[in-house]
Design a protein around this ligand. Structure first.
Ligand code: NDP
Length: 324
């Protein structure tokens, strides 16, 4: 049936072509009005693209016509996402990279440029979450979280920025967190790393003014991903509470009583992509469904400490490390 749409093509039609045709048929104002894919011809790199928010961002970029390179340490996950996009007729590639390793980043940047013919868009999404009461933050934990969440974004941005500047067009978006905007208990390293990420973007934005390249950040609350799921399990283990009970508590700490979806974060990232977004520079877009703390909550309340003594030992980690 699909082949019948393009009888002369003698091949299966691609998803894009069907969608394109659908848009034409549905156009109300003009029979031939076609929505132009805003990122057609652009190359995009998404770090941490193998699952969760990164995978959703890659899908959103590809849906707007960008060719995408997904990176992460786990080859199987990024390959799976890339294959899914390829099956829909969207160009996508998987390149393994550890964002904390300068050599790995250089090799990935070279390969991405070869595969895409140029990188116009970078989404710094790779991240990890750890937590501990302040006095129990080990040097190892501090350094590993800062290294992935902040240093990794610095290295990857430095790898792609010169090319964007040469082309006089570029979009860099960091996936930070509401933890980058305020403090919470037990999430010192994570919160510091996200503050660093936002600080880096604000400084870079000053340097980028007038270049055609922009840098911005999104700051989600708790998102329904593996990171959140793992942390819920961790809290359950540490506090002897039921996983579902903790999940329910987290939801009540969220405006709207639900977790944010990965698609909602991806949608926020896409806000910074159009040419018309050229003046969005050095900004933060909060994705938190309202994000106003309820009057009955004390600042810094987090589900894992609810009902726990103030000095609860290693009570657990805040989901994603402090979005509450
Ligand atoms: P996930 O744990 O589901 O995904 C994290 C991604 O980062 C994975 O693809 C992981 O792949 C990759 N990654 C981790 N370390 C490295 C590394 N050293 N080098 C390259 N890639 C790495 O997390 P989410 O999708 O939930 O989070 C994505 C981003 O969003 C993070 O920066 C997180 O801090 C942020 N965020 C998350 C929120 C949430 O509630 N979940 C809320 C607010 C912000 P691999 O392990 O294979 O390397």
């Amino acid at each position: 049936m699909l082949a019948g749409l393009y009888p002369r093509a003698g091949r299966l039609v691609k998803y894009d072509e069907v969608e394109h045709l659908g848009e034409r048929l549905n156009a109300k104002t003009s029979r031939f009005a076609v929505r132009r894919r805003t990122l057609a011809g652009k190359g995009a790199v998404v770090t941490g693209g193998g699952r969760g928010i990164g995978a959703a961002v890659a899908e959103a970029l590809a849906a707007e016509g960008a060719a995408v390179v997904l990176t992460a340490r786990t080859g199987k996950e990024i390959e799976w996402v890339a294959e899914g996009l390829e099956l829909e007729g969207r160009p996508a590639h998987a390149v393994v990279c550890d964002v904390t390793d300068p050599e790995s980043v250089s090799a990935m940047a070279l390969r991405a440029q070869e595969l895409l013919g140029g990188v116009d868009i970078l989404v710094n999404n790779a991240g990890i979450a750890e937590s501990a009461p302040f006095l129990k933050v080990s040097l190892e934990q501090w350094e590993s979280v800062i290294r992935v969440n902040a240093t990794g974004a610095l290295l990857v941005t430095q790898a792609f920025l010169p090319e964007m500047l040469a082309r006089q067009w570029g979009r860099i978006v960091n996936v930070a967190s509401v933890a980058g905007l305020e403090g919470a208990r037990y999430v010192t390293a994570y919160t510091a790393s996200k503050h660093a990420l936002l600080g880096m973007a604000r400084c870079l934005a000053r340097e980028l003014a007038g270049t055609g390249v922009t840098v911005n950040s999104v700051c989600p609350g708790y998102v329904d991903t593996l990171m959140t799921g793992k942390n819920i399990e961790w809290i359950a283990l540490k506090t002897n509470r039921d996983v579902e009970e903790i999940r329910a508590t987290i939801k009540t700490l969220q405006p709207g009583d639900r977790l944010i979806t990965t698609d909602e974060v991806a949608h926020a990232v896409m806000t910074f992509m159009p040419d018309a977004a050229a003046s969005l520079q050095g900004g933060e877009l909060v994705v938190w469904g309202g994000g106003v703390r309820r009057p009955e909550e004390k600042p810094g309340d987090s589900p894992e400490t609810e009902g726990e003594p103030e000095d609860a030992p290693d009570a657990g980690r805040a989901p994603e490390g402090g979005a509450d």
